[in-house]
Design a protein around this ligand. Sequence first.
Ligand code: E4P
Length: 222
Amino acid sequence: MKIFLDSAELAEIRRAADAGLIDGITTNPSLLAKAAGSGGDPREILAEIARTVPGPISAEVVALDAQEMLRSGRELAKIADNIVIKVPLTEDGLVACRKFRAEDIRVNVTLCFSATQALLAAKAGASFISPFVGRLDDVATDGMELIGQIVQIYENYDFATEVLVASVRHPVHVVQAAMMGADAATIPPKVLWQLLKHPLTDKGIEGFLADWAKLPQERRGL
Ligand code: E4P
């Protein structure tokens, strides 16, 4: 399963990329606005992210009608070859998705909350579908159940659209996504580092180092 970082913060992105842990990045208007703060240029931030991580970098249009999505998406796509345009799962979003596909621009259809929406996005030629599992859990609906449905539907009809599990809140979401055969999960930095840590690993290292230190200094070099 591919792991994308759900962030627009360059320091976090560089750390995860340097550790070789990520295959791509997803941003959204909230994340990009936060990273740009009071003086930053969102386009420059996206360009730097695209230089730092060679995989797909999702950049979202901030528009409601298809024509404006197309205009803005084409501009975003010029930033770098690895930019993927994110459009919302609306009628206009799917119209834009079809046109982008005809222009060979990859699309991530976002804000997906149902299997029927995911089916329509695949038929519109989306490269990625982003079902938001955490936000479904928030309204007492099992987000991961939706992932199982979408994976099954896409398999039934051989859709090339990749299932990108989004709105991930904890490591169990990631384990479930991988077990269900999702193509990718986009993970906030805090959860990414939680995937790596285990208290027994730390305790094990501590024990090995303490035992090794009991050897006389001159025989410790391996
Ligand atoms: C995905 O592309 C979104 O940026 C993200 O996963 C949304 O997560 P949230 O529900 O934690 O905001």
